[in-house]
Every structure is written in C-alpha cells, then in structure tokens.
Design a protein around this ligand. Structure first.
Ligand SMILES: O=C(O)CCC(=O)C(=O)O
Ligand SMILES: [Fe+2]
Length: 359
C-alpha cells in the first residue's frame, strides 16, 4: 500500500490553493489517513532535502566517533532525556509487555513483527527544541542541552532542523484538528512549550548489518506525533489500524509523520498510536552494499522529532461522541472518557515521568 503524500503548500499559503472546499477536503484526508493508518507522508516547502542532508551528515560524523568519546555526552542521572543514549539501553515495549506479546501472536504470520531478543542495538541523541516553561515539575524533561566538543555547528544545525520539523507538525496538527471537526488550534495550543525533542537514532550497520537484526523492536511512540525526515537506509515498517504490516518508503524531500499515544488519548481512540519497528531488511542490505561501494557512512541515522503535549495539569480532553445517542452508545462514550481521564491522570501524576522513554 502506498501512503498518500500531502502537499502542505496550499495550506501554508492559501493564495496558492484552489478554494475552501479543496482545503477542507485535504484536512479531512489528513485526519482520515492518521486515523486509518497511523502515518502520513507530507511535503513541506520549508523542509528541504538539503536541510535533511545537512543534519544527517553531522549526525553520521557524530555517531562515527569512538564509543568512549560519545559517552562523554551520556546523562544517565537525567534518565538520558538529554545527550546521548548508548546502544543496549532502550528496551522495546514488545520485549516486556505481555499483553502486547499476546496481541501480536494473534496477527497473521506475515504481519507479525520480528521478536527482539534484548534491548535495541541503536544509539540515540536527545536535543530539546523550542521554548521551555520557566518553572516545571518535570526537571528531566527540561534540562540544559548537551553539546559535544568538536561540532561548532551543532546548536544551529539541531535547532534549525528541529524547529523546521516542528513547524511541519504544527501545520499537520492544525489540518488534523480541522479534519476532526475541532477548533483549528485544538492541538497546537496545548503543544506550546511542550518538551519537544529532536531524537535521532544512530545504528551501526557495519556491526549490526545482518538481515533480520532488530534495531527498534515493535513499539509505539509515547508522544503526540513523531516526524522523520528521509533516512538514507530503509528498514522502518508500520502497522495499519487493520493490523496490516507495511514497509515505509519515504520519497525524497518528503517527511513521515506517525501517531503517538497522546493523540490516541486526546481523540479518545479516533487515532491510535501507530505500532512500528526498524529491522534490517533486504532493502537495507541493498542500501548497505551501495553505500559501501560509494564509500559512504554505514551509520543509519533517523532524523526523528518527537512532539509532546505540554506537561501541565491543564491538559484538555477532546472526546468525540462515537457511540451515538442510544443508551449503549452513551455508556460507551462515558467509559471511554473515564479511560481517557485515567490515562491522563497516570501520565501527569504517577512517578512514570521519572523513568520516561518516549519511543
Ligand atoms: O530509526 C527509525 O527510523 C525510527 C526509530 C523509532 O521508531 C523511534 O525513534 O521511535
Ligand atoms: Fe518509534
């Protein structure tokens, strides 16, 4: 299945669009696609392939350094919420969540994810993007950034790419809100000052390039929406709402957006958090071969940006009336809202924020 590519240009510059009806149709396509597939491909004229390349070039250079040099940016006392996370630290949910393991065994064989045997062998770098609140109960989420030595361009490159990706997400979030019949700023107003993260992964294909290696075990992202630029090495597969597994192909110059758990809570299940995994496939090994022949880096870098809803108790709920006006429908709505409040209570008040892992 090919995911549709949504061009954001007419939304960003309405003078180039063909009218209100067309705009509404595109917004409905955005919300419907997010709801049915948990993923969306977009083209944003503000995020060029060159911007993505500049960012990936720098991250390849960073990840190619010896492990002990990278470890100088490790901040385990801040639960890795800034700086580098070495390989072998992030544990995929499917390794520990028994309910998820049962569910995925019920999928048809060809749609089952690969079973991870341990923590993910990928590195990650966490860099906060955008303004932070001046006071916060969530110190780890708002800690000072870590800048590695020898990269004078680091801050500018990270901030530029990060804010461009967030701008793209904001446009999509507005379009999705319109498509869902909500106020245009329903999502963006509660994203302001959120602990958004530029969180690229780095996977060493020279060491772990064997077909079948699981870089990121089956999981969903614990955020509002995730956005990625195109990676130089394929390997990401997503699961559609109907359980079908799809290997994602991101065209050059396009961005991939995925639904996280927060949009599931906020829409009371109109969207569900998109399940995905990153595995070395035949397409990845072909790309490894081509890169080796051309003497290019064998680090697979993802330009992942994770956007989050502001960590404030003022989180709003948007529940659709899904069950209709019958008594059964109303009971369903009530139970769903109760479940949503429970989720959000857990998110805000449990000690879970101290052990946070967004991916
Ligand atoms: O490496 C990728 O392409 C995506 C990794 C991922 O799923 C994540 O960072 O949550
Ligand atoms: Fe993920």
């Amino acid at each position: 299945m090919e995911l549709p590519v949504i061009d954001l240009q007419p939304y960003l510059d309405p003078s180039s669009s063909s009218g209100d009806d067309e705009m509404k149709r595109v917004c409905s396509e955005v919300s419907r696609t997010l709801s049915e597939t948990g993923a969306l491909l977009v083209k944003d004229p503000r995020c060029s392939a060159q911007d993505n390349d500049r960012f990936i070039d720098m991250m390849e250079k960073y990840f190619e350094q010896p492990d002990e040099v990278k470890r100088l940016q490790e901040r385990p006392n801040l639960h890795y919420q800034v700086g580098v996370t070495p390989e072998g630290v992030e544990v995929p949910r499917s390794l520990v969540d028994e309910e998820m393991q049962k569910k995925l065994k019920s999928l048809p064989k060809e749609c089952q994810p690969l079973t991870p045997t341990g923590p993910d062998p990928k590195w990650r770098y966490m860099w906060r993007v955008g303004p932070r609140p001046s006071t916060t109960r969530f110190q780890e989420l708002n800690s000072e950034p870590v800048i590695p030595e020898g990269f004078p361009e680091w801050k500018e490159t990270m901030d530029t790419w990060g804010s461009k990706m967030i701008a793209a997400i904001e446009a999509v979030a507005e379009m999705a809100a319109i498509g869902f019949g909500l106020p245009k700023d329903a999502f963006t107003s509660i994203m302001k000052q959120g602990p958004h993260l530029l969180a690229p992964t780095g996977s060493n294909l020279q060491r772990h390039g064997k077909e079948g290696t699981v870089f990121a075990g089956y999981h969903y992202d614990l955020n509002f929406l995730t956005i990625h630029g195109r990676s130089r090495f394929p390997g990401l597969s997503i699961w559609l709402r109907n359980g079908k597994k799809v290997e994602v192909k991101v065209p050059v110059g396009c961005l991939l957006i995925q639904t996280g758990k927060q949009i599931e809570w906020l829409t009371a299940g109109d969207c569900i958090a998109g399940m995905h995994e990153v595995v070395v496939t035949k397409r990845t090994t072909d790309a490894i071969k081509a890169a080796s022949e051309e003497n290019r880096s064998l680090w697979r870098v993802s330009s992942t940006v994770s956007t989050l809803i502001f960590t404030s108790p003022l989180l709003m709920l948007y529940t659709h009336i899904r069950g209709g006006s019958t008594a059964a429908g109303q009971t369903y709505n009530f139970l769903y809202r109760l479940k949503q409040v429970g989720f959000i209570w857990f998110y805000l008040f449990s000690s879970y924020d101290h052990k946070i892992s967004y991916f």
